[in-house]
Design a protein around this ligand. Structure first.
Ligand code: EPZ
Length: 421
């Protein structure tokens, strides 16, 4: 397995282009199953999860071509089977996102039940219960979800919890259902809105976008011609590089991004003492060489502070001035980065779903192990500011969600390199 070795101590500075959002690209690529015409998607990030999604669609018989600018052309009319096999789903839980589109377009789907992962049990009960309410016949057998329907029926769905991929699966399913579907307590993450805009481009009739009540008027088919859609920028990649600059007391300018979908994160960085300026598609952060101040964080669904930025702020709090309290309310086990940071000298006390971080002047480099996507990124951030070398193992987690992380950080002056297995 590849490893990353980081030598800490450099104040990051420079400019960086942000890639397209992984968590928008995955549902939008699944949504191409709904369209009878070829569809072209741009600003696709160069990530392992994208490759997995292309494999997932390809093994169904879907035709995919990708060009050097990472535009993907998808032709779903060549589909030969309606299955998401275990060997692919086990590497990427988001494969569950083909369930809604397959059911809606073809009336059949056989999707391996996504297991839990390091951060939690990650059930999909809300996805399944809601599709049953829409008239699907669903059987879970030998680890697979077997779903069938003559045609999904529109209805009112009130989701028990705010679920991002749950909302996305149901949104896609409802586009071709008979009648109108109302999804209440829908997730409002920008990636959900990006999917909704893409679906409307293909001819869907969705209203209430950006709110927690989505109304979808079912149509017979989605067959718009010459569709090209560019994925929105990745707000979590943006936040991660902003924290990389903050933790090293540096200055960065991030381009091709969107400050308007990161308010909660930008507010917390300002509270930590960062000088932030923004434009329509860029964000600049300058610490003026100062140590960040500790901040208190409580994660919650959008527009509150995103759980996907929690680990990065835990790293920053570990070297900040003062005590920062971080409460994780979305996932039950999303502090695995803490024990790895403690091995680097971080003073963090865990109490149930809260981490109490006492900032210290410095961390010491050490061999550490990545456990999940954002935890891995936070260990790299800690390594940027630790004295000496930090060796991050199992970085396949990072490659799932960060496009060329070592190149981008090196562009900002970091001393970081990949050690192939
Ligand atoms: C999405 O996961 C993201 N993944 C996650 O990003 C992100 O952390 C998460 O949303 C929260 O923002 C993608 O978009 C591909 P949820 P998702 O359903 O949809 C419970 C990353 O780092 N729940 O919103 O799987 C669940 O257990 C990844 O890029 C049910 O109980 O998360 C959790 O406690 C990690 N039943 C809460 O809801 C269900 O049927 C929120 O989960 C569904 C969810």
């Amino acid at each position: 397995m590849d490893k990353l070795i980081i030598t800490g101590g450099t104040q990051l500075s420079g400019e960086l282009r942000i890639s397209g959002a992984k968590n928008a690209a995955l549902p939008i690529m699944a949504a191409t199953l709904l369209c009878e015409q070829p569809v072209s998607i741009g600003n696709i990030p160069h990530l392992h999860d994208i490759t997995t999604t292309m494999q997932l669609l390809g093994q169904m018989g879907i035709q995919l071509t990708i060009d050097e600018k990472m535009n993907i052309e998808v032709v779903s009319s060549t589909i030969t089977k309606y299955e998401a096999p275990y060997d692919l789903v086990k590497t990427m839980r988001a494969s569950i996102l083909v369930l809604g589109p397959l059911l809606a377009r073809f009336g059949e789907a056989h999707v391996s039940l996504p297991g839990g992962c390091a951060i939690g049990t990650r059930p999909v009960d809300i996805h399944l219960d809601s599709l049953i309410k829409m008239g699907a016949d669903i059987r879970v057998e030998a680890g697979y979800i077997h779903a069938k329907t003559r045609r999904l029926q529109g209805c009112r769905l009130v989701l028990d919890k705010v679920t991002v991929t749950g909302t996305e699966n149901l949104l896609m399913a409802a586009t071709l259902a008979e009648g109108t579907t109302i999804i209440e307590n829908a997730a409002k993450e920008p990636e959900v809105s990006d999917l909704a805009h893409f679906l409307n481009e293909m001819g869907a009739k969705i209203s209430g976008i950006d709110t927690d009540i989505l109304t979808i008027e079912g149509v017979e088919k989605l067959a718009a011609k010459d569709i090209h859609y560019d994925i929105l920028p990745d707000r979590i990649e943006t936040g991660t590089y902003l924290v990389a600059a903050a933790i090293t007391r540096g200055k960065v300018k991030l381009k091709d991004t969107r400050p308007d979908i990161l308010d909660a994160v930008l507010d917390k960085l300002k509270e930590a003492g960062a000088d932030i300026t923004t434009g329509k598609d860029w964000i600049q952060l300058d610490m003026h060489g100062k140590q960040p101040k500790a901040v208190n964080i409580r994660t919650a669904p959008y527009p509150a502070f995103p759980t996907d930025m929690q680990a990065q702020f835990t790293a920053m709090n570990s070297v900040a001035e003062g005590v920062g309290i971080i409460t994780e309310t979305v996932f039950e086990n999303r502090f695995m980065h803490v024990q790895e940071m403690q091995r680097m000298g971080a003073d963090i006390q865990l109490e149930s779903n809260t981490a109490i971080c006492k900032g210290s002047e410095g961390l010491t480099g050490a061999p550490v192990m990545a456990t999940d996507l954002r935890a891995s990124a936070s260990l790299v951030l800690a390594g940027l500011v630790a004295t000496g070398d930090t060796l991050v193992d199992r970085i396949y987690h990072i490659d799932r969600g960060y496009d060329h992380i070592e190149e981008k950080l090196a562009q900002l002056g970091a001393t970081i390199r990949r050690i192939p297995k």
